[in-house]
Design a protein around this ligand. Structure first.
Ligand code: ZN
Length: 459
């Protein structure tokens, strides 16, 4: 649920109306995902075999167990910041050869920005079980895990989950704390942009990887949301791609899709920052019974039935939506590719840095103006020798609505022609060559690293 208690009644009414809006979902471009197991009409058991909600200890032991069982397919991850109450925030990366610093595109799936939205963590964790169970058995899943790295962080707001509250231990709504477009007039936004370790964790996880596709799971509206968060911010430049992607997700889980602003207006959410920082497509998925009102909300109706799908989407559900996201992440037409030849063992890094802005914030001198923060994207891969293929987000960035002089709504077709700075370095960090790469969505660029290859063999 994206709402605070005082607005709950209003939201219930709004979502009842919106749920009846027909939507012409775009058909998914790729072949149908691997079918759910046949169970003669009954909802199948969850991939993990669980029959109730997890505790925090359950999440941790499940991730540990998967890493032990599948050492080549699972890499354990701890995000850089402990929570306010000192807890670690952990996840797993799932892919073939998980411990290699390869150049695969990354799909990130997070649960529980809101600590009381339990089903959002459950479906996230179950999809990890599902992939690992089917790798090597199911052709589609095996092929996709050969091409995509999936980062699962089922509980990003750990303190909130332990306290069973929407907000963090500082009483902040972490999904109003992202710095881009941050506004103090939102309910519980934190003391400033990025004031919370929990939002900084998601920022740093995305900023240090090539997250080309991002799903942030919530409950409980049965919809799919993408930028903008505010009507005055205007539509994102990649609105057609957002609609096609969200439509393909909706074909699976049966949820309608719309801009977050048209659902209701907010500021400082994960999806808005991630798109305007990286151009990777990020959407909020509100897992719920469909329609979201009138049906009981139990583990059975929110977890297995929404995971596997019932009625019109039986055999699809959010599992099908996750598989669509996996295919979206694998599709090179949806991101960018850098190729070249580098010496075996060379460390390749791409970086770019720029400033981003909040909404106008009232200042002590009585004026109101946006505040900037520095944004840096840095990710690394290691060359196996010979030709490398690196799946990255485009270097060309959408011009953001939140700028130094306020909010700009009409930016259709406006992009900033930025470049990645790519370095080829020895493992000790000595940079042998630096090149600029300008690459757009769907493009592939080859870089010439002859200088790095020549210097590599000199001592
Ligand atoms: Zn939520």
């Amino acid at each position: 649920m994206r709402l605070t208690a005082p607005f709950a009644v209003l939201a219930l009414a709004a979502s009842t109306v919106l749920a009846t809006v027909p939507s012409a979902y775009a058909a998914p471009a790729a072949p149908a995902p691997a079918a759910a197991p046949a169970t003669d009409g009954a909802t199948p058991p969850m991939p993990s075999g669980r029959t109730d909600y997890r505790t925090l200890a359950d999440y941790q032991s499940d991730m540990d167990r998967l890493a032990e069982r599948h050492p080549n397919l699972v890499k354990k991850v701890t995000l850089p910041h402990r929570t306010t109450e000192g807890r670690p925030v952990t996840g797993i990366e799932v892919t073939r050869d998980a411990h290699r610093a390869d150049g695969k595109p990354v799909l990130m799936i997070t649960g529980m920005h809101h600590g009381n939205e339990w089903a959002s963590g459950e479906v996230t964790m179950e999809f990890a079980f599902d992939l690992l169970k089917n790798h090597g058995r199911d052709k589609t899943i095996t092929r996709l895990l050969d091409r995509v790295r999936v980062l699962f962080v089922p509980v990003v707001n750990v303190d909130g989950f332990v306290l069973n509250t929407r907000r963090t231990a500082t009483n902040t709504d972490m999904n109003r704390n992202y710095g881009f477009g941050w506004s103090p007039s939102e309910p519980f936004p934190g003391t400033g942009p990025w004031s919370e370790p929990e939002s900084r964790n998601v920022r740093d996880a995305i900023s240090s990887r090539q997250v080309t596709t991002f799903l942030t799971m919530h409950t409980c509206l049965a919809n799919i949301l993408y930028p903008p968060l505010q009507l005055k911010a205007g539509l994102p430049q990649d609105i057609d791609a957002f609609r096609a992607f969200a439509g393909a997700l909706g074909n699976q889980n049966g949820y309608y899709h719309t801009t977050s602003a048209e659902d209701y207006e907010t500021a400082g959410e994960a999806i808005d920052w991630s798109y305007y920082a990286t151009r990777g497509l990020g959407v909020t998925v509100e897992v719920c019974t469909n329609p979201p009102t009138g049906l009981p909300r139990t583990w059975q109706t929110l977890v297995p039935e929404q995971y596997w799908g019932i009625d019109a989407v039986r055999g699809k559900g959010n599992r099908g939506a996750f598989l669509v996201a996996l295919r979206q992440a694998a599709d090179r037409a949806q991101h960018s590719v850098i190729t070249g030849e580098a010496p075996k063992g060379a460390v390749l890094t791409v970086t770019k840095g720029f400033d981003m802005w909040t909404n106008p914030i009232p200042q002590s001198d009585g004026t109101s103006r946006p505040v900037s923060f520095a944004q840096r994207l840095t990710s690394t891969m290691r060359s196996d020798g010979g030709r490398f293929t690196w799946h990255v987000n485009p270097s060309i960035r959408p011009e953001p609505p939140y700028q130094a002089d306020g909010v700009h709504g009409d930016r259709a077709g406006r992009f900033l022609r930025e470049s990645w700075t790519l370095t080829c370095a020895r493992p000790d960090g000595k940079v042998l060559q630096t090149v600029k790469v300008t690459v757009d969505r769907g493009e592939s660029k080859r870089v010439n690293l002859n200088q790095c290859r020549k210097l590599w063999h000199r001592h």
